[in-house]
Design a binder for this molecule. Structure first.
Ligand SMILES: [Zn+2]
Length: 505
């Protein structure tokens, strides 16, 4: 799921000019074709996609609200644009979820049907500004404030213009334009005034979650801040908290493009965002997807850090990584957010706190190769593990310098691995599994199980949730590892399996 540099993109002939060549790709063609087929303004269709997904398909994985693809076609109890698109186009739901061109065509069909319901004639349909309420309906918000957040964002992108890069390296652009959205009945709210500010945190808007998605009051003092990534759009997540079927909420959500903050649950109340961590924490959601670094903008980091600093000062929360944590670090949770692209060092600098003295994050959805010049949380994890095992990597600062290279080489030599100073899959496996060799099997739990799960993630090259609980998923991963390494395949981790892992096999 890593967004990689586009390899092998057909280069346009130089004299054609970049814009022409870049717009000739399959995604750009799908927007043009679907817009023409259903009479939806092409730029509007792209702006909706940009707001929903930045034109990423997330490899067919659903968002938090169970939406799919670049257009976020949704299938949940309260919003069924995926099913609607299937009915309108005759395309299968599977195809609509997984094929980007089909996904765009399905969304264009839904937008047209919603426009017809609102009585937009042919002339109206050519005017992007006339689609405002249709766009808001497409977003599926429960109340007018959330609907406005959704549609206003689309019209902001339309007005400012945009350049989006797809996972396949294609560029899709919308030129800036003057557009006047006709907000219709959304110009004035029926469910509360627009622009109401939070009473807890002045810079934030207030768009409350449904009362069935959080607990009034708290059973514990506030001692922690939990950092999340939404796996969905900003307005979509705020809407999701308003949906009684979601059973989730967070106190605050931060927008990627400009750092706008919306509060959904009062700080005195218990939002449902981190299971066992709920009673003692404030949850902050960040618009984006864990595997897509493009969402983590400077504006979002700064805005979120200002909020966390404010919370830390108000509740006397130490500004360190023991108290300001990721969802992945809260015990008893199986989520991986904020993921490997979240820059904790930068964030903690902005908070005005320290990145040392706290816990080092060891659980990641993937352990990519790191070497001299690498920086970030994976480097910090490797440095911590090397130090723990007696190979001196120096200060755990997240910067892979010559001291870290020496420590890696020393560790590799000790384990009989190629001593190249690069932490690749085999070195990660050995580093993450190092330690005692207790017998583990289905039903086991605790820190040793977590250590096993991290090592399996590195060894197999796929995410084995590091939740510390040995369930069927872990058992499958153990068997897969044993099979691929020619070990006895029993799903039980004894000295043979530990030995293989610790040797980096
Ligand atoms: Zn989370």
């Amino acid at each position: 799921m890593v967004t990689s540099a586009p390899a092998g993109v057909a280069a346009p002939a130089p004299e054609r000019g970049a814009a022409v060549g870049a717009e000739a790709g399959p995604v750009a063609r799908a927007f043009a074709r679907s817009a023409a087929e259903y009479g939806v303004p092409r730029d509007l269709l792209v702006a909706v996609a940009y707001g929903e997904s930045r034109l990423n398909s997330h490899d067919g994985e659903p968002s938090q609200a169970n939406g799919y693809g670049v257009m976020h076609l949704v299938s949940n109890p309260d919003h069924r644009t995926l099913e609607q698109a299937a009915g309108l186009t005759g395309l299968s739901r599977e195809r609509l979820r997984e094929d980007t061109a089909a996904n765009i065509r399905g969304a264009a069909a839904v937008l047209r049907a919603l426009a017809d319901e609102r009585g937009l004639g042919a002339a109206d349909r050519r005017d992007a500004g006339a689609w405002y309420e249709t766009v808001a309906a497409y977003g599926g918000a429960k109340d007018d404030r959330a609907a406005r957040l959704y549609a206003d964002a689309v019209y902001d992108f339309l007005g400012q213009g945009l350049t989006a890069r797809t996972e396949t390296g294609e560029t899709v652009t919308v030129a800036p334009r003057a557009v006047e959205p006709d907000r219709g009945k959304l110009e004035r709210s029926t469910t509360g005034e627009f622009g109401i500010q939070s009473t807890d945190y002045a810079p934030a808007l207030w768009v409350p979650a449904d009362a069935s998605n959080y607990t009034v009051g708290r059973s514990s003092a506030i001692t922690h801040v939990v950092v999340h990534v939404t796996q969905g759009s900003y307005a979509g997540s705020i809407s999701w908290f308003q949906n009684p079927s979601s059973d989730v909420s967070a106190h605050y959500t931060i927008r990627s493009s400009d750092g706008q903050v919306t509060q959904s649950v009062r700080e005195k109340d218990t939002a449902w965002h981190a299971r066992s961590g709920n009673p003692y924490s404030v949850g902050i959601e960040h618009e984006g997807y864990v595997s897509e670094p493009k969402w983590f903008t400077d504006a979002m980091y700064r805005s979120s850090a200002a909020l966390t600093r404010h919370l830390a000062d108000r509740y006397a929360i130490p500004k360190d990584r023991t108290h300001i944590v990721g969802h992945v670090e809260v015990p008893g949770n199986d989520h991986t957010d904020p993921g490997p692209y979240w820059d904790w060092t930068y964030y903690m600098q902005l908070v005005g706190g320290t990145t040392t003295g706290g816990q080092v994050q060891l659980s990641f959805p993937a352990y990519t190769s790191i070497s001299a010049g690498s920086t970030g949380d994976l480097v910090r994890a490797a440095q911590h593990l090397l130090n723990q095992q007696g190979h001196n990597a120096g200060t755990v600062d997240g910067i892979f310098g010559s001291g870290t290279t020496s420590a890696v080489k020393s560790f590799q030599t000790a384990k009989g691995l190629t001593s190249d100073g690069v932490v690749g899959a085999r070195t990660w496996t050995a580093l993450l599994s190092a330690g005692t060799k207790p017998v583990l099997q289905q039903g086991s739990s605790g820190a040793d199980v977590q250590r096993l799960q991290r090592a399996l993630t590195a060894a197999l090259g796929r995410t084995v949730s590091a939740d510390g609980s040995f369930g069927s998923g872990t058992a499958t991963a153990v068997r897969d590892y044993q099979t691929s390494r020619g070990l006895t395949v029993d799903g039980i981790v004894g000295s043979g399996t530990w030995g293989a892992l610790q040797a980096g096999r």
